[in-house]
Unconditional design. Structure first.
Lengths: 281, 108
């Protein structure tokens, strides 16, 4: 699942409402800030690496197969991490010394994140509902919301994105991720039943389920960050928030990698789970 | 949704073998299919055979039908001879797509 709510955003609010450094609680930041910063950076780098490798492999696969599903899912990872994360980290580092450049990089990152929402919804359509046309309506909702959010950020002063723009970004993000979670978990449920009578691959069942869980965790991560912002405003407990979001990010990254490329030991575990499903079935 | 030819023929055979009303045979078979993650509109011969072997005996016993295993064995023989027509199955397509995702240079 594209890491749209990656750990580095923890000290930031949704879409441009950001705390300035002097507004952070100094005591908490001083006690564990540097360790958390290192952990968050590690999580961001792990996410970036995993997403980039996944993206490259999926796009390469699409060139061989000519199928749209792997192309769009691969682009979703590429846009979220390859395009989104490095400019986001850069913007974070520049925001005190060069706020204008920081804002530009933040726009690039935001563009990457929002475009990845659109790519993800196209990927979900082509992966889970390839024979239906109605998902086009969901894709359009995500695309329009993403465009509105980006235009709102483009036309606003740094840190002053209007509420409608923030809401549009939240719609693009939450619709794309919720749909991915819903489709993968409902497919996993059907595959579990089919696997119980030997009609589906138990390994694919577990991988689809993990992808759905990764989508849910990504949503939970973003919801947690947003809730903390609305609860605490500019006094967000930075260390706690970043610690929780870093944990979410690492879990999402691990679940995503295993859902696509499970190591042999995990494959064996998946097959043993299949045996227990068969006994129940 | 329209029922697949295999489903319709199996309902007829089941009603005959188990001495059930067609509507009872239909609902019993539908429930067994649902337990296997299948539906009446897209079920094919191979899938129906798996349901007859693994799920229908228990569904028949739950309805109070005697000799459920014998009935299912006879149904398996008849269904295996039915013509199998390709019907697009969204679940199979999605499963194949996701399986392909893991083949991008990975082992297995």
């Amino acid at each position: 699942m594209p890491p749209l709510g990656y750990a580095g955003q923890a000290q930031d609010a949704p879409l441009g409402h950001r705390n300035e450094p002097e507004e952070r609680p100094h005591a908490e930041a001083a006690t564990g800030g540097s360790v958390i910063d290192a952990l968050a950076l590690f999580a961001a780098l792990a996410t970036w690496a995993v997403s980039t490798v996944l993206a490259v492999r999926l796009v390469a696969l699409s060139r061989r197969t000519g199928e749209a599903a792997e192309l769009w899912v691969g682009l979703a990872y590429l846009l979220a991490s390859g395009v989104g994360v490095p400019p986001f980290i850069l913007a974070n580092h520049l925001r005190v010394t060069d706020p204008v450049a920081a804002q530009l990089w933040l726009l690039v990152a935001l563009g990457g994140f929002l475009a990845s929402c659109v790519a993800l919804s196209l990927g979900v359509w082509r992966t889970f509902r390839a024979t239906s046309r109605w998902p086009l309506a969901i894709v359009l909702v995500v695309a329009v919301a993403a465009a509105r959010a980006f235009l709102a950020a483009l036309r606003s002063d740094p840190g002053r994105v209007p509420a409608s723009g923030i809401a549009a970004g939240a719609v693009a993000f939450s619709v794309a991720l919720s749909w991915a979670a819903l489709e993968s978990l409902s497919l996993a449920s059907v595959l579990r039943r089919r696997a119980s009578i030997g009609l589906a691959s138990p390994e694919v069942h577990q991988r689809v389920r993990l992808w759905g869980i990764a989508a849910l965790l990504t949503l939970a991560n973003a919801t947690f960050g947003t809730a903390m912002y609305f609860l605490y405003g500019t006094n967000v407990p930075v260390v706690t928030t970043r610690l929780v979001q870093t944990a979410f990010t690492l879990l999402v990254t691990a679940a995503t990698w295993i859902s696509f490329f499970p190591p042999e030991r995990v494959r064996r575990w998946m097959r043993s789970r299949a045996a227990s499903i068969r006994r129940v079935g | 949704m329209a029922e697949s030819p295999v489903f319709q023929q199996t309902v007829s055979e089941l009603a005959l073998e188990a001495s059930l009303e067609p509507k009872d045979a239909r609902s019993t078979l539908r429930r067994a299919l649902a337990a296997g993650g299948l539906d009446a509109g897209t079920v094919r011969v191979g899938q129906m055979l798996a349901v007859l072997r693994h799920l229908l005996p228990a569904a028949l016993r739950a309805r109070g039908v005697g000799a459920a295993e014998t009935i299912c064995t006879q149904l398996v023989e008849r269904v295996a001879r039915m013509e199998d027509r390709a019907i697009p199955d969204a679940v199979q397509i999605a499963e194949a797509t996701f399986a392909r995702f893991g083949s991008g240079g990975s082992h297995s």
